[in-house]
Design a protein around this ligand. Sequence first.
Ligand code: AMP
Length: 210
Amino acid sequence: MNLILLGAPGAGKGTQAEIICDKLGIPSISTGNILREAVKNATKAGLEAKSYMESGKLVPDSVVIAILKDRIAQDDCKNGFILDGFPRTVPQAEALDQMGIVIDHAVDIDVPDQVIEKRLSGRRVCEGCGASYHIDNKPSAKEGICDRCGGNLIIRKDDKPETIRERLAVYHEQTEPLKGYYQKAGKLVSIDGTREIAEITGQILKVLEA
Ligand code: AMP
């Protein structure tokens, strides 16, 4: 099962990917998490990506495609994977096709911009494992501490209001055209991402069973 989660930043892709990968026993791959780790470790890719990420722009396709290629070549991806935040441009989707990766479903989690702005400003992420929380919608059991790994919860640098608006503009311009790309391929399913987390999970699982 190779699944793509599409949707604006803050639509809930990461939250759903975490739940579904546990249920299906396949890894969830977040290029954003891999890049944040690379920035933290000051690797070559991290140094190249840092300024783009902090200003809410997309990291160049060549950098992200190379990262993704390495990740899906790993052993745990043999039975499939969930992609969270990749592809984000049409050339990235074409690169997946060229790698011979067959996508089963591209699930678009649809959330209006005003809701996104509110969500991202309340988002907290674990600096250890990257798990995401929300101060109102999905609080951790213990304030400031990750339920999964006990790491500290922090506000992402790119969750500042001006960067959120830039990321939404980038999403509409460069990522939203992917809906048409996967629609044409007969793989697109759109889900209302304003529903409860569990309801959205249920709808995604229904798509996967169909
Ligand atoms: P995310 O955690 O998915 O919201 O990603 C955080 C940031 O990482 C984005 O705003 C981009 O700067 C960068 N990024 C993550 N995935 C990609 C991608 N597939 N293509 C380009 N940039 C990406």
